[in-house]
Design a binder for this molecule. Structure first.
Ligand code: BGC
Length: 254
């Protein structure tokens, strides 16, 4: 049925929450409630699988194989394997995650990095649509995720949350992710100073044409984006924190 083909389910697994929704792929919009559960403590594979089952059954699609399913995960994803684990259990390192979810859910899925799918959503339906040159989408959440999009084409698995701070020897995300703001009770101004370092550094490394900022905090973009002084235009993701759900679903159609 045409209406089925134009819909897919997206699940966005993050370090803090697991979000899901049914997406109209023509419009790039949620056509269901946005369902969310907390990421289980430790984010061990069986617990994450159970949480994904739970959001799918809340959406009423747990047993519906007719709707394509895309799952996004906060790690490097290559050939269905997760190769890193920054904010989830180390058990995900070099783990056949796509097969694990497919076996556990009893159905096919499409599986990719969370920031990459958010980038796909913003290219197809949002802030990066029809933007020539290099767009860098960053998600500011538990970690910092990144998607590199050149003339609309995704270069997968960039990990720009893990650039190092010279002299400090720490990942950028430990210093500048939204979780760092929460952990250290930073004001918007204090956090923006950290973001200033981060975006200037990424700007220097890549000379992008556009930055798109996603993650839950992007709904408060007015509080921090105007405080940044960089040459590159920087805008919030049109789909805010739903970009991961929408992009995972978009990927499921191919
Ligand atoms: C991970 C990335 C992920 C990002 C956002 C980082 O810690 O290494 O793969 O995209 O967090 O979830």
């Amino acid at each position: 049925m045409a209406s089925d083909a134009a819909r897919a389910v997206g699940v966005d697994i993050g370090g803090t929450g697991i979000k899901a929704g049914i997406v109209d792929l023509d419009k790039g919009e949620l056509v269901s409630d946005r369902v969310k559960v907390a990421t289980p403590a430790g984010a061990h594979p069986p617990d994450v699988l159970a949480a994904v089952r739970e959001v799918l059954s809340t959406l009423g699609v747990a047993d519906d194989q007719s709707v394509p399913l895309g799952v996004a995960f906060p790690a490097i994803v290559k050939n269905g394997r997760t190769l890193s684990a920054a904010n989830v259990s180390d058990e995900w390192i070099d783990f056949a995650a796509e097969k694990f979810f497919e076996d556990g859910l009893g159905r096919d899925i499409h599986f990719a990095n969370d920031a990459d799918v958010a980038g796909v959503a913003e290219v197809r339906y949002g802030a990066a649509k029809d933007r020539p040159g290099l767009t860098i989408l960053t998600t500011l959440g538990t970690g910092i995720g990144s998607a590199l999009l050149y003339n609309g084409v995704l270069v997968p698995n960039s990990e720009l949350g893990h650039v190092q701070r010279a002299r400090h020897g720490k990942d950028a995300e430990a210093y500048a992710a939204y979780s760092a703001m929460e952990r250290h009770n930073l004001s918007w101004e204090q956090w923006a100073k950290r973001l200033q370092w981060y975006y200037s550094h990424i700007e220097f490394l890549f000379s992008p044409d556009l930055f798109v900022v996603g993650g839950g905090v992007s709904k408060h973009a007015d509080h921090f984006l105007p405080l940044l002084d960089i040459k590159t235009p920087i805008v919030p993701a049109v789909h805010r924190n739903n970009a991961g759900i929408i992009g995972a679903a978009a990927l499921a159609r191919g």
